[in-house]
Design a protein around this ligand. Sequence first.
Ligand code: ADP
Length: 446
Amino acid sequence: MIEKVLIANRGEIALRVHRACKEMGISTVAVHSTADEDAMHVRLADESVCIGPPSATDSYLNIPAIISACEITGADAVHPGYGFLSENARFAEILAAHDITFIGPTADHINLMGDKIAAKTTVKDLGIPVVPGSDGGVTSDEDAMRISKEIGFPVLVKAAAGGGGRGMKVAPTEDDLIEALHTARSEAKAAFGDDAMYIEKYLGEPRHIEVQVIADSHGNVAHLGERDCSLQRRHQKVLEEAPSPALNDVARAKIGDIVRNAIGNLGYLGVGTIEFLYENGEFYFIEMNTRLQVEHPVTEAITGIDLVREQIRIAAGLEMSFTQEDVEFSGHAIECRINAEHPKTFAPSPGTIKGFHQPGGLGVRVDSGVYAGYRIPPYYDSLIGKLIVHGRNRNECLMRLRRTLNEFVIEGVDTTIPLFQELINEPDLMNGDYHIHWLEEFLHRS
Ligand code: ADP
């Protein structure tokens, strides 16, 4: 069994992993940059090691420093959280070479799904429906034009190495294609050092619906239902809910079974998420994430399953603690990502938190590493916490969300709480009637 886990991350997710470890009787090691000395995960972990200066490249992405921290502390496993090194296959390989367990899937699966062109081809062969588009990459402008005309405009030009909404450009018409391709290509080259591109039909008003999967090394594979992450700004998720207001039990079971079979056939290990766009009753695969996701708590809320605990069990070679037949979905959950950003301009707002009061009560979970007096450093992303509420049904969940948003106090920095307070009164949101462009349209109107 794993005895000591080094948590190669920061913020709320570092704390999240620490909590699961403690409940399993596992010791924790926090690593941190010089900017994070006072962070809660550092304070709560059993041990901590400073691994470098504020810049993430020199600290949270610094593989030699993290390996050294493992050796110094005798950690026998590493949990990468999300972001940073969580989808870095080389990191998983280096850990293996040092006899340290990577709490995540195999390096091969990370590599396969990290290349979105290879991922799409693979899942298509496994029976998962994909967005119509180029079969593989497009190499020349002529190729791109021919394929786009075949599938019909508008099209979306996407980078094989893309992530975080970067390296993606819409071409509404034929006249826009070449410029979109060139812009996206140079963006991808700069951001990922890889300019392989592919083309997809641009779907007009789809929802973003993703399926959580989990598999162990004993042949157990399960899906844990879906999350609806259609509320997005700049292709980034803002609010997530489970189950999706757009699916019924039949549609849920159908896509769940397709995904579960595919993941079983792939021989996948650990937790993963298959992301789809959903339009007119049809699912279209867009990508697979081979890690724990920011929005995993909504799934935990409706299933009662601790996903980090299961990740650790699986990495230790144990069986998952449940089978598909044991999974029961109960009620409804919504997560709001609380960012230290201006609620209208979205300008980052680092600085000192003067006052902090988090909501509580039945069905309320706050995952956050911040506290009164904490100084939010300017070097990392602006997520400072997540509010997750659970109710017996969607209506109860919405009422609870409204109540908790009014209770939440964060003083001293701007946060996105006022945006959610506004959103929670919007009829479309209350009715579950929204798609991936709804939020941008709403922000434009207000
Ligand atoms: P990334 O890895 O950069 O997050 P994804 O492929 O997951 O990229 O897509 C992110 C978001 O971009 C989706 O949630 C959706 O809002 C939008 N998107 C992606 N593909 C399409 C498409 N074919 N049509 C319309 N929107 C899309």
